[in-house]
Write a protein that binds this ligand. Sequence first.
Ligand code: ZN
Length: 499
Amino acid sequence: MEITEAVKKFKDQIKLLHAYEHAMGVMYYDIETAAPKNAIAGFSDTLAAFSEITYNISVNEENFKLLDFLTEHAGELDEITRREVEEAQRGLKLLRNIPVDEFVEYQRVQSEASSVWHDAKVNSDYALFEPYLKKLVDFNVRFAKYAAPDMDPYDYWLNEFEEGFTQDVLDKYFAGIKAALVPLIHRIGEKEQIENGFLHKNYPVWKQRELSDYLMEVMGIDRADCAIGETEHPFTTGFNKHDLRITTHYYENALESSMYSVIHEGGHATYEMGNSDELIGSSLAGGASCGMHESQSRFYENIIGRSRAFIELVFPKIKEMFPDELKGVSSEDFYCAVNRAEPSLIRTEADELTYSLHVLVRYEIEKKLMHGELDTKDVPSEWNRLYKEYLGVDVPCDREGCLQDSHWSGGSFGYFPSYSLGSAYGAQILHAMKKELDPDRLVREGKISVITDWLREHIHKYGRIKKPAELLDIACGEEFDPGYYVKYLTDKFSELYGL
Ligand code: ZN
């Protein structure tokens, strides 16, 4: 085979896969936002048919040969094509090594597990879900062994989700967080709690929609490239840098909920809108990893959106929109309220300070499950014990405990740490940014676009061309250092609570 011919074949395939994925993505977005409830059954069949087509395009001997040929000739490829080949190999590594019948069986168990988990969660009945969890753990341990026989299975999965991260790195990372944050949270618990009752008055949804428009404008999001929809659980999806879709959920009695969903999801969208034009149509558009994506959404949500400067910028407009609800409330009151830290049970509702401890509980449990050191039957008691130890809260039922997240029912082990790493990346990126810019002053002056330009230049434009560790090096000039995150949280919350 000629190298030019092979590259053309490879690129044509990327184009075709992208077209199918585009169609599936639009269908998925429609299911989540606009389609009527009973549309789901019809969609399932269509999506299954499309998935089978895309599976068959990539998982076959001819394609494996093509990829191996291109890998052997990697030195003759341009940077984008070389990385596309690398990513395609990475994505197929598992499928190439698992016996087909085991993979089919896994998919069956996984889809059953998802529906059983829903019932188990609604009824807070862990015993219903436990046999599935056990099977999924076994599958994941076995699959890791097929793909990387010499690697610890949990390290394999961690590295799949966030390249370069293994238990060695994460054990140290979480030990640092635990040592600094558990006592800090305890000390805050002894202080008088911040008043946030005014956030839970009645905020009409139609007015909150106007607030979303305003926030997207402040963030500099071009509405010609990014739409906003409404859904049960907010998410962002994108098809290319000129077609991003963010979503939010409005609660009449919780103003900050949608406000920060819009900023968070807007951060994800901003990342992808900042990809360089040469990535359009390549398989490298988007973000470098789950952790790096989360670093950008949380950068806008917490580091910018929950800063005093940002609240000073947007509060006059918010007060103008809700004059009765915010009567007598100052910008400083609002700033304190949106930063109120309080140990709680549900990860997705956790504040900026306690968030990573929720992740730590899941990390420790996954680690033990993957090594056979914890029986799936004992997950609830271990979960409840760790919540008590780290966050000081009593878990009243498994619905609000170990059944709260969908990840395990979907067969994902090793994903959770990337949520926490995103915040840590963000704090390190802020430190680097401050050497060149004054982010607080820029935010106060409404010049968030200058900050976005910096992030675009150092992170967004690369899409997946660079790996997370390479991006940190480009943006910060050093390796990952969680010390910045611990310092950022300690400084911010000590000041807030007068410690
Ligand atoms: Zn996110």
